[in-house]
Design a protein around this ligand. Structure first.
Ligand code: GDP
Length: 172
């Protein structure tokens, strides 16, 4: 019997505007970081192949394409999502405070799926608007693993997606 089918996982990356979601997708899928990256309306997702447990996995990372208003995000965006990154920025307190709302929003749309909490722009920690304790508290309360990342410095980005993939298979 042929075993050459491929596993594809749809990952949605949610969070307030400007926390670095598009940059994260670009970084992970294309290996680039640009300061003035403009979202391309019409491009739904970028993808990258990775190997997990000897299997070829294709991660499809979906960009909200600037539709950060909760109700502006189309059903198509969430449909069939199998894993989720909840992202906020070290330098934006509002984005941190919105995390629980984003989590509920995703769960309302697709039910419980593997999630990871990401505190991006850790390279700007000297401009932090949220303390380490606060992040640990919310991660504990929501029972969700968290990573500090810097898309700019390519810190922990691969780790986030490796963790999500692992979680995806554990939950099957
Ligand atoms: P989105 O609206 O969440 O998709 O955010 P973008 O990806 O458009 O990023 C918003 C801005 O933050 C852009 O100018 C990015 O270059 C910048 N940015 C993204 N990630 C980082 C990071 O880790 N560190 C720093 N210093 N800037 C970042």
């Amino acid at each position: 019997m042929s075993e050459d089918f491929e596993i594809a996982i749809k990952v949605v990356i949610v969070g307030n505007g400007a926390v670095g979601k598009s940059s994260m997708i670009q970084r992970y899928c294309k290996g680039i970081f640009t300061k003035d990256y403009k979202k391309t309306i019409g491009v739904d997702f970028l993808e990258r192949e990775m190997e997990f447990d000897g299997e070829e996995i294709r991660l499809m990372l979906w960009d909200t394409a600037g539709q950060e208003e909760f109700d502006a995000i189309t059903k198509t965006y969430y449909r069939g999502a199998q894993a989720c990154v909840l992202a906020f920025s070290t330098t934006d307190r509002q984005s941190f405070e919105a995390i629980e709302i984003w989590k509920r929003k995703v769960e309302n749309e697709v039910g419980e799926i593997p999630m990871v909490l990401v505190q991006n722009k850790i390279d700007l920690v000297d401009q932090a608007q949220v303390t380490g304790i606060e992040v640990e508290d919310i991660a504990g309360k929501l029972n969700i693993k968290f990573y500090k990342t810097s898309v700019k410095e390519n810190f922990n980005i691969d780790a986030v997606f490796e963790y999500l993939t692992e979680r995806y298979f554990l939950d099957l």
